[in-house]
Design a binder for this molecule. Sequence first.
Ligand SMILES: *Cc1c(COP(=O)(O)O)cnc(C)c1O
Length: 385
Amino acid sequence: MRKIQMVDLKGQYEHIKEQVNTSIMEVIESTAFINGPEVQNFQKELEDYLGVKHVIPCANGTDALQIAMMGLGLQPGDEVITADFTFAATVEVIALLQLTPVLVDVDPINFNIDIEAIKKAITPKTKAIVPVHLFGLAANMDAIMEIANDHNLYVIEDNAQGIGSNYTSKDGSKTKTGGIGHIGSTSFFPSKNLGCYGDGGAIFTNDDALAHTIRGIVNHGMYIRYQHDVVGVNSRLDSIQAAVLRAKLPHLDTYNAARQNAARKYSDAFKDIEGITTPTGYCDAGASICDTCDCHVFHQYTLRIRNADRDALVQHLNDNGIPCGVYYPIPLHLQKAYADSRYKEADFPVTNQLVKEVISLPMHTELDDEQINFITKTIINFVAN
Ligand SMILES: *Cc1c(COP(=O)(O)O)cnc(C)c1O
């Protein structure tokens, strides 16, 4: 059996090596390192893929979120509601801009921001909601957009884990995540579903004026050369990274299908096992079931271990040469940087439980049946004993 890896970037590279190497060499030969044609071409190709009017590439997914909030003109003191159970980048940029983060609990079925909790958290100061399509599963965007419309709020989709996911609305229409809210962001960190070979990110919007504002913000607040109209940042996608992404984008659907396929095999193996909850294919707990599960692109395949010691399982897997991850071990509201006296433990029953139970298994495009069988057998043996 091949050595099991959490993410197999080398195996994936082997299949696209020639194209990637040629594209990188072309950038070097052209010396168009900054904002070269590869960046513009990638931008257009990603716009087409996502069905979104504007893609603005930038340096990483954290910048993308920050720039999205700057572009919307959010002001210090504005409240921004987001999930307690996510990667810290989401809340970090809210705090960095001196906006007020308002963390709320998540849904126990799909791990995404809880709709009732959003409603309860809204105050006259609320300006935006940031749903995260956690682990690659689309959040309940119909309900979130409805709340946003009712209360005149912006929706910023953190799509760092969800690129390629198709959200199915109540009316049956499908939209790629990231293009549903007023603005979306993503990350091209190497291990993300569409990863480059360094850092990268992008912002998406269908709003022409907002896109124009953001194109200036990413470039030092310049709309005319050496004329700085707003305080901006320097956040660019390197041409070399754009070249890598152009080579990989045509494969994104195949990559996501390989992840979904591995996820199905995992879930089949665990389906009758007491004490293990497999990830749901529901993008919208209770309302619409995605049989094809194309609303879930399995950035992570995450189990809940309910009757066994999760940490002992992590150790057991590591002892057997199986890498795994705990995303995320500490709720954001309990992190020193984001603690706030307004938060009460009773407000976060789901997150507080999930951090004790979740375990993410190896998930990438190169997993084979032998590896999946070994992983599932090792877990089932542990849980059954
Ligand atoms: C990875 C990630 C980010 C940040 O992306 P970087 O490119 O690493 O800055 C933001 N939000 C979520 C949910 C992520 O998973």
